[in-house]
Write a protein that binds this ligand. Structure first.
Ligand SMILES: [Zn+2]
Length: 394
């Protein structure tokens, strides 16, 4: 067997027979203008794809040219991206593995450090973002994601049409979303038809400040509306459960999830038991009926009848003598103009669900993130729909 250095030596020879002396001009790496050769850098090394299972290192002294405009620059190398210590083919291989395996597995298989993995991903994402075209993005979803449990948030903007992450920003302030609009072209901004989001004022303010006719385009997410209603039902249940237990009645004990889930998902016996509860005189049963009725709003086609339906529901809720239901009814009424926009646009953040589950996977397979920037890069890498391959591999 050949010792590993032989491959390295052969490549070094190969590079050194490059006709550097015969070259009278190099295109400037910046502007492409033919420039005079200046000198050569000191020898640099790039890790290449293994040759016959041996680690293979490419050695070269890259030429530098002197451009009249940009001065002395290293010429564009055909085998590697600037500032990478890997050849483009090696980097391409690492990228294709990183798409399907965990960072840890790829690091181990290829003998790379965390920093090297993160640098490869960072370059890939920067390339991909630069290559992005300014396609129309008519339907957007704005979502928030906790970085670590109980820790800071990220704001994530999804393209609901192409099911990809367009933008990730730190925090969930107005400024977090404001920075997104600046990445768009004027026609992209004008082409926005609808934006799904939670009832979160900083996001509302940001859309209003940047998108024309924002109030007709903001759609509060149907599942967040359902979530607010469910929380109210649960508030009623907790209070009532306490009162009942004081009297020795434990009908509501352990029923929390029964009130939250769809009865069609229950097995036959649970469904029978739940039906008895639901049809009882309990306050929780009334709260549950209010919630289910409220969601009936979403089966409407036209706005006029839907508004009437909601008004009747609201009257019922405020007369229910159930404080949490009254409260949520008030909130939904205040927000109603951007709940009813659903009938026109028919969007929810559920379209972002496939993206969200992918982000969960990203989180799971990259427990070594250490920095938020690495997590952000990993989201773009896996969910951005980006063209990540190094140019030299194409
Ligand atoms: Zn130049």
């Amino acid at each position: 067997m050949w010792p590993p250095w032989i491959c390295s030596w052969i490549l070094a020879r190969f590079i050194s027979i490059w006709p550097t002396n015969a070259v009278t001009s190099w295109p400037c790496a910046e502007c492409g203008v033919a420039s005079k050769p200046y000198d050569h850098q000191r020898e640099r090394q790039w890790r290449h794809l293994d040759t016959c299972q041996y680690r293979t290192i490419l050695h070269a002294e890259p030429p530098r040219s002197q451009c009249p405009t940009h001065g002395v620059r290293v010429v564009k190398l055909p085998w590697a991206e600037p500032s990478s210590r890997f050849t483009a083919l090696f980097e391409g291989l690492a990228i294709s593995w990183l798409k399907t395996a965990s960072q840890k597995a790829v690091a181990e298989q290829l003998g790379l450090s965390w920093d090297e993995i993160h640098a490869i991903m960072d370059r890939a994402v920067q390339r991909g973002l630069k290559r992005r075209q300014a396609e129309p993005i008519p339907r957007l979803g704005v979502d928030e994601k906790a970085f670590r449990k109980g820790q800071k948030y990220l704001t994530i903007v999804n393209d609901l049409t192409r099911k990809r992450v367009l933008y990730v920003a730190e925090d969930r302030k107005q400024a977090s979303l404001d920075s997104f609009w600046q990445t768009l072209t004027e026609p992209q901004l004008k082409g926005i038809e609808a934006v799904a989001m939670d009832m979160w004022d900083p996001y509302v303010d940001s859309v209003r400040a940047h998108v024309k006719d924002a109030d007709e385009k903001i759609v509060f997410d149907k599942f967040h509306v359902a979530q607010h209603l469910s929380q109210a039902v649960d508030g009623v249940r907790r209070k009532e459960n306490k009162e009942l237990r004081a009297k020795g009645d434990d009908r509501l004990v352990g029923t929390r999830y029964d009130w939250l889930q769809n009865p069609t998902n229950m097995d036959a016996e649970d469904r029978r038991e739940f039906a008895a509860l639901r049809d009882s005189e309990l306050k929780t049963a009334r709260a549950w009926a209010l919630k289910e009725t409220a969601m009936g709003l979403y089966s409407y086609t036209y706005e006029g009848p839907a508004r009437k339906y909601f008004q009747r529901w609201h009257n019922w809720a405020v007369r229910s003598r159930l404080a949490p239901m009254k409260e949520v009814a008030g909130m939904l009424k205040r927000r109603f103009d951007n709940i009813i926009t659903y009938l026109k646009h028919r969007i929810t953040n559920a379209a972002s669900e496939s993206i969200n589950s992918k982000i969960q996977w990203v989180k799971y397979t990259a427990r070594g993130f250490r920095t938020k920037q690495n997590f952000i890069n990993a989201i773009y890498f896996h969910c951005g729909g980006l063209d990540l391959a190094p140019a030299a591999t194409k």
